[in-house]
Design a binder for this molecule. Sequence first.
Ligand SMILES: [Zn+2]
Length: 342
Amino acid sequence: MTRQHENVKRIEYGEGILRDALAGVSSYVVVSMEVPWSLARPQVAKEPEQVFLIPNVQETTVEKVIAEAPETEWVVGIGGGQAIDVAKYLAFRRGAKLINVPTIVSTNAYVTPLSGIRRGDRVDYIGGIAPELVVVDYSLIRTAPKCLNVAGAGDVLSMHTASFDWEIAARAGEKAKGRTYEFNPEAVKTARAILAEFIAGAEEIGKVTNEGIKLIVDSYLRINDLCLPLGHFRPEEGSEHFFAYNAEHVAKHEFLHGAIVGLGIVLMSAVQGNDPKGIRKVLDTIGLDYSPAASQLTREQVITSLATAKEYALSRNLWYSVIDEANLTEASATALVNDLGL
Ligand SMILES: [Zn+2]
């Protein structure tokens, strides 16, 4: 199937389609990780020139791959967000053509242009490349643990809180100056339309059916179509993400992105008074585990992350959101966490 989308030249969906998709490529290197490569390898008929199984996305790892990779026409990224991020960056640096093969749909890395590369404890988004082809092989994706695939819902459902934050920033006027983008009601309308269709398919997503996987991927494509021309991801990124970033800062470890964003959505929709019960029910239907435990967070760390969220947002000049207006303190954050039974 071919459709025109921002940043993705061609996308194919089907069961067991990886073999045919790679049959026609000339020389290529693979960037993957141990588990996804072991799953994909039986379907790879033509041997790659070299396979890089990366342990992480630290800059040193990435530069080593770039230094060692042979010259090839193609780079094929096989895996979740991290392997794909490194493949994208290698292809960008080499001017090679890129094929992305997501083996889980937990992030949108396989359809977005930039690569998230870690420099110490900071993630910088660098590079910029459009894949020639994205291969969505349902059977390959379904071999991954369900919790990883349903985590992909986090970055779609985040539109529920993020678009609301954009409206808050628009109403704040002068107070939000320099920390938001000009409000675009059409963009918010589109974001909510994508969100509504996604929510209608919550059961399919939860069961990780072909239809559910396609809905996650298609929603990411539509978010790209909305946000890349806008030049920012304000409709999709707001207080739920800022909470997540601060939680990482507080806990000093990385999370499964969808799980911590899910927790952020539950918390921030309540702070916003933005249908918290409704959106939480959607997360439950999908089976996205947003409990603090799913992110190896203690209750105290959640409370601290809430109570220091404003300070964090200001120090990083993050977009104006409900965090700026909610006056979250240790006491009110404790009450909120109690109320939500988290
Ligand atoms: Zn995200």
